[in-house]
Ligand binder design. Structure first.
Ligand code: 6CS
Length: 316
């Protein structure tokens, strides 16, 4: 059998490295009884379209980033919030692998006929524009591109920006044509999508980790023969580590590359500057709670509780 795996990112990306690693393991462990066909971004459609392909069973596996998914699975919108995940990305990594947290997303994904197979952190979000973005006031009236859900806009509306939802594939041309003024993505993605060619300044504010999720069709997953499910589950566990290392490496080397090329100015916000954004972003948590009700509240509480425990070192 062949499983189709659709990506929201192009070749050479974090998602691509993840998919390649998963493919290698599953094909090897199944002795070639399962083959994986990888569809990098551009071959099948936008992120929202990929999610539809999973839901209707045309694709078996896909990445579905919460920033695009949050209208369908409001609970996932928690990952569009700023200044909520810990400063220490090692803790984020533990957090996102914790079944206590991920279990709370199972139902919300299942309601949409999707099986959540895992969250994949891809690095800190960075902002690009034709100016430095040092204070929330710098966002006043800024036409910023966000991922394609209403929730994704809220983080920027809180800073006074004018957000608009645009598919990933359209961001470069909209920046070039000056239909938008800025966008936000992890550094590796900014480089590989060439956004640095059409923007002058990169602001490193670490507002949020870019988190994606790996999904499959729920019925497809539930009806997999036991051995196939095992191969898949085990491979998913193994590749989490690889994805983590890949994002660390790509985010670092591509920042260096852009610095060397010298077209882009890079601004790193101080903790005092970040504090103003932290405060401005706080009310967005209430918007998340309004849209998710009790289940979102449980997720938010669990997230904050786990962060506290991990930070206190009372949990490994
Ligand atoms: O900004 C986006 O739309 C996309 N960014 C990344 C890094 N991955 C997938 C997502 O669709």
């Amino acid at each position: 059998v062949t499983w189709r795996f659709a990506l929201e990112e192009i070749e050479g990306s974090v998602q691509h490295a993840y998919a390649e690693a998963l493919k290698e393991r599953i094909e090897e462990r199944s002795d070639g009884r399962i083959l994986i066909d990888i569809f990098p971004y551009g071959s099948l459609g936008t992120s929202t379209q990929l999610t539809e392909l999973v839901r209707n069973g045309s694709v078996n596996l896909a990445f579905a980033s919460p920033g695009h998914l949050a209208d369908k699975v409001p609970e996932a919108g928690i990952f569009t919030l700023h200044f909520i995940l810990p400063e220490d990305s090692q803790i984020t990594r533990q957090l996102l692998a914790s079944p206590e947290l991920t279990g709370l997303f199972e139902q919300p994904y299942a309601r949409q006929n999707m099986k959540l197979l895992g969250f994949v952190p891809e690095g800190w979000m960075a902002w690009t524009a034709d100016k430095a973005l040092r204070t929330p006031e710098d966002f006043q009236g800024l036409r910023i591109r966000t991922m394609t859900s209403n929730m994704a806009e809220e983080a920027y509306r809180a800073y006074g920006a004018e957000p608009s939802q645009i598919p990933y594939s359209q961001v470069y041309s909209d920046l070039q044509l000056r239909k938008i003024d800025g966008q936000s993505n992890p550094v590796f993605a900014i480089e590989e999508m060439d956004f640095h060619e059409v923007q002058s300044t990169l602001t490193l504010a670490r507002p949020a980790q870019f988190v994606s999720s790996v999904i499959s069709n729920l019925e497809w997953y539930d009806s997999l023969p036991e051995n196939q499910k095992q191969w898949l589950d085990n491979a998913l566990k193994d590749v989490a580590e690889i994805a983590w290392k890949t994002q660390e490496e790509l985010n670092q080397t591509r920042l260096e590359k852009m610095l060397e090329e010298g077209q882009l100015s890079v601004v790193r916000l101080t903790d005092a500057e970040r504090k103003a954004f932290r405060e401005a972003s706080r009310p967005v948590r209430d918007i998340y709670l309004e849209r998710t009700g009790e289940s979102g509240q449980k997720i938010l509480e669990k997230l904050l509780q786990l962060i506290e425990e991990f930070e206190a070192g009372s949990r490994e």
